[in-house]
Design a protein around this ligand. Sequence first.
Ligand code: ADP
Ligand code: ZN
Length: 217
Amino acid sequence: MKAIIFGPPGSGKGTYASRLQMKLDIDTVSTGDIFRQIMKTDSPLGKKVKTYVEGGLLVPDDIVIDIIKKRLSEIPLGKGFILDGFPRTLEQAKALEKVAYIDVVLLLLVPDWIIIERLSSRRICRDCGAVYNVRYLKPKVDMVCDKCGGTLYQRSDDTSEVIKRRIEVYEEQTQPIMEHFKGKKIPFVVSNCEALDTPPEIVVEQMLKELRKLKLA
Ligand code: ADP
Ligand code: ZN
């Protein structure tokens, strides 16, 4: 299965992608995670990326496309993957088409109030990138990653001003991409999120059910 997972910031893309990855034995590629790794380095690229991410703006297409092409070329032939956070512009969608065929779009629909509530209490593992929430998806030990023991931190772009900008950017730049994929007749699996405390397992089970119907799981 070659899938794109699509949804507003804080819709749970990363959480669902990592669970699907385990169940389906596929790779996940998260541009957000890749950029956070790059930002940790003091390189010129790291500094450049940081100005965009911390402003809630999209990193320029040429940078993103170069990085994603390289990452996709590392996935063994025939292995499935989920792209989390890519493509985010039409330009990126067109670049993707040249290197991979996408079987399905997983679309998450989440109201703004849930996004804001979730992002402001979100915490990330410094070492492995796993996502927690101090209110709804707590780690077993306070501020410690269940998976790797790393320390949790709050992302520098999970502040209310930047969250607002990211939602705007999502709405403006990303809607045309959905139209693009619909136009290509790629199937959609849509998940509606209406409650803050729906356990991720439930959403993932529903996705898997739909994916089985499409013979992708
Ligand atoms: P979220 O979906 O929670 O906003 P991500 O972790 O996917 O967060 O992305 C964080 C930031 O990384 C984005 O706000 C943007 O600055 C940058 N980014 C991630 N993916 C892309 C992309 N495909 N194109 C441009 N910028 C991106
Ligand atoms: Zn971790």
